[in-house]
Design a protein around this ligand. Structure first.
Ligand code: B12
Ligand code: SF4
Ligand code: SF4
Length: 246
């Protein structure tokens, strides 16, 4: 390679930036398959529809990317069955995913698959993929913590039919020495045992589903009014990483 020539990985990450992805990285499918969420989830899936993962031999790498989700833009995360992709944030991520997949095929000749959000419909564990791709690490709030945006990001993935060099993991240890405000703030005491208990967090999710609000289409970026769930983000907001001092 000439000194000025970009590697395939660099070209993909540059395209990610051009498409407006807030963060992006590459992990190998081999490492993703071996990540612990698959083991745990096979024994105890969250959704009944999950029947295990059918890996395709030709998928060698995963591109995982993040959308910054600041407190000032709460709507990005609001959930409605009428919004394509369910949330305005997912709608942006889906568009970026489509654009990237098309570009990979047309410019680099790499076949790619835009992944759905849900594991049971073919999605992958996005936090594990993000750690392996070097976007951040799993914090004590059980979420991805990135140096740039802390935990305030939403994720998406694309499988690629090309063996690429992983861009992670990174050396980053934000929880060391932190007095864990993320644990104290949980309204359900989901971290009461010292580790995340998803059943307790789910109780909060269920409550939010039971108290949906009817909102104007304009707010959600659609034509019609719809019922909207606003899910809890307290353990996300409590984390100081990547936030200005004040
Ligand atoms: C099902 C689901 C839920 C369920 C169950 C959650 C659970 N963790 O089991 C419920 C509804 C309760 C939920 C709640 C929330 N969720 Co949720 N959820 C998902 C979903 C669809 C799958 C997650 C899953 O089942 N993982 C499998 C289990 C086994 O993993 P886990 O226990 O959480 O964590 C494992 C990894 O961290 C791994 N791990 C730990 N250390 C390391 C180190 C390495 C090197 C590796 C490889 C792996 C690894 O091991 C852990 C198991 O011990 C993902 C989307 C996706 N496709 O990935 C979003 C997702 C994880 N959720 C997300 C968010 C934001 C939330 C909420 C804040 C609610 C909200 N406002 O959206 C809360 C936060 C709860 C919390 N503190 O974890 C984001 C996370 C973004 C981020 N910064 O990390 C995701 C990625 C969706 C998105 N839109 O981007 N969620
Ligand atoms: S609040 Fe502290 S302990 Fe919790 S995830 Fe953030 S850095 Fe880690
Ligand atoms: S999302 Fe809310 S209920 Fe769930 S673990 Fe975080 S703070 Fe607790």
């Amino acid at each position: 390679m000439q000194p000025h020539e970009k590697s395939i990985e660099e070209a993909i990450l540059a395209k990610a930036k051009e498409l407006g992805m807030s963060l992006a990285g590459i992990a190998s499918i081999r490492d993703l398959k071996a990540s612990r969420s698959y083991d745990i989830y096979d024994k105890r899936p969250f959704y009944e529809e999950y029947k295990g993962v059918k890996w395709q031999e030709e998928h060698k790498s995963v591109l995982v990317f993040a959308l910054s989700h600041p407190r000032s833009e709460p709507v990005l995360d609001w959930w409605s069955m009428k919004v394509p992709g369910f949330t305005p944030g997912n709608r942006i991520l889906r568009r970026q995913s489509r654009q990237m997949r098309t570009w990979l095929g047309e410019e680099l000749g790499i076949n790619a698959l835009s992944l759905p959000y849900q594991i049971e419909y073919g999605g992958c564990f996005l936090k594990d993929a993000s750690v392996l791709a070097g976007l951040g690490v799993i914090g004590k709030n059980n979420l991805l913590v990135t140096p740039e945006f802390g935990t305030r990001v939403r994720l998406r993935g694309i499988f690629m039919e090309a063996e690429l060099e992983p861009t992670g993991p990174i050396d980053f240890d934000p929880c060391n020495g932190c007095d864990m405000p993320c644990h104290k703030v949980c309204p359900r005491k989901a971290f009461g045992s010292g580790k995340f208990e998803r059943e307790l967090c789910k109780q909060e999710t269920d409550l939010r589903d039971a108290t949906m609000e009817m909102l104007d289409g304009e707010i959600m970026g659609i034509e019609v009014p719809s019922l909207v769930s606003k899910y809890c983000r307290k353990c996300e907001f409590a984390c100081p990483v990547g936030q200005p001092e004040s």
